[in-house]
Design a protein around this ligand. Structure first.
Ligand SMILES: [Zn+2]
Ligand SMILES: [Zn+2]
Length: 280
């Protein structure tokens, strides 16, 4: 079984702490063949992207992303672990559609080193991360419908390879307020989303971080994963979304089984933004 964890964060992300070297060594120890380190590049409304690397994390702490340190370090890791582990240089680009100029500049400036880009939605109106919502005070069904509209918008534009954690709000809804959501009413929108993605040669990820959190479900869950496959979806990566070394490679074997169960025959990996298909 070819193990490739395609979503994780290092100390260069505002919410990460691990050294690049620790990540690579952990991956090798766990028998992974390949990893993509995908530190956050969240795009905010109305700011040039290089100013977006300095911001105040809610709670008051000032954060600075050392982008050249990150990508320089990753190039070193590629060389250091060649023959033992394929290290892919990734990015998790957050809501690029709010500021397409900034997103395009980022891709232009780092396009020659990037192997893989996840397009994610974390923040919606007023650049507020869904993480900070008070789900007890809002209509969660409406909120998620709105989130899917943001995904649709992202699928129509943006330069990325796979769409990240399609059911991101559900993780926090359950974690904080034990709220679950019936996803059947969103089926038509998901069909449109998958049509947009497959037409542009893009895919989705199977994000398994929910299994080491209270949610105990995948993002997206099996029903939506199955729908993606039925809609002709082929490009699929598996990601632990690890922010700590202990979760690197988490749930890989189970994720392979999930993909096989809904009819996938190949796992996708990327080099220089080009997909390669590996038999499950
Ligand atoms: Zn994310
Ligand atoms: Zn992430």
């Amino acid at each position: 079984m070819y193990l490739a964890d395609y979503h994780m964060h290092s100390k260069y992300s505002f919410d990460g702490s691990e050294e690049l070297d620790t990540i690579c060594q952990t991956a090798i120890r766990r028998g992974l063949s390949e990893i993509a380190i995908t530190d956050h590049m969240d795009i905010y409304t109305g700011l040039p992207y290089d100013e977006q690397m300095n911001f105040e994390v809610p709670g008051g702490e000032q954060y600075h992303m050392d982008v050249s340190g990150l990508y320089g370090g990753l190039v070193q890791m590629k060389e250091k672990y060649a023959g033992q582990l394929k290290v892919r240089i990734g990015a998790e680009l957050g809501q690029p559609q709010v500021n397409p100029e900034a997103a395009a500049l980022f891709i232009r400036d780092y396009g020659d080193v990037l192997d893989f880009v996840i397009g994610s939605i974390h923040n919606m109106e007023k650049d507020l991360d869904v993480y900070y919502y008070d789900f007890t005070k809002i209509d969660v069904a409406k909120m998620y419908d709105h989130y899917v509209d943001w995904l649709l918008k992202l699928s129509e534009m943006g330069d990325f390879d796979v769409m990240g954690h399609l059911t991101y709000p559900l993780r926090y809804m359950f974690e904080r307020n034990q709220l679950r959501l019936d996803l059947r009413p969103y089926e038509e929108k998901f069909r449109q989303l998958f049509k947009n993605l497959t037409e542009k040669g893009r895919g989705i990820e199977l994000n398994v971080s929910g299994y080491y959190k209270a949610m105990q479900d995948a993002m997206p869950p099996m029903s939506i994963l199955k729908l993606y496959r039925e809609c002709g979806g082929e490009i699929i990566t598996i990601g632990s979304d690890a922010h700590k070394a202990e979760y690197i490679g988490f749930y890989q074997k189970e994720a392979h089984e999930m993909l096989e169960t809904v009819g996938f025959r190949y796992l996708t990996v990327f080099e220089h933004r080009k997909p390669e298909f590996i038999k499950l």
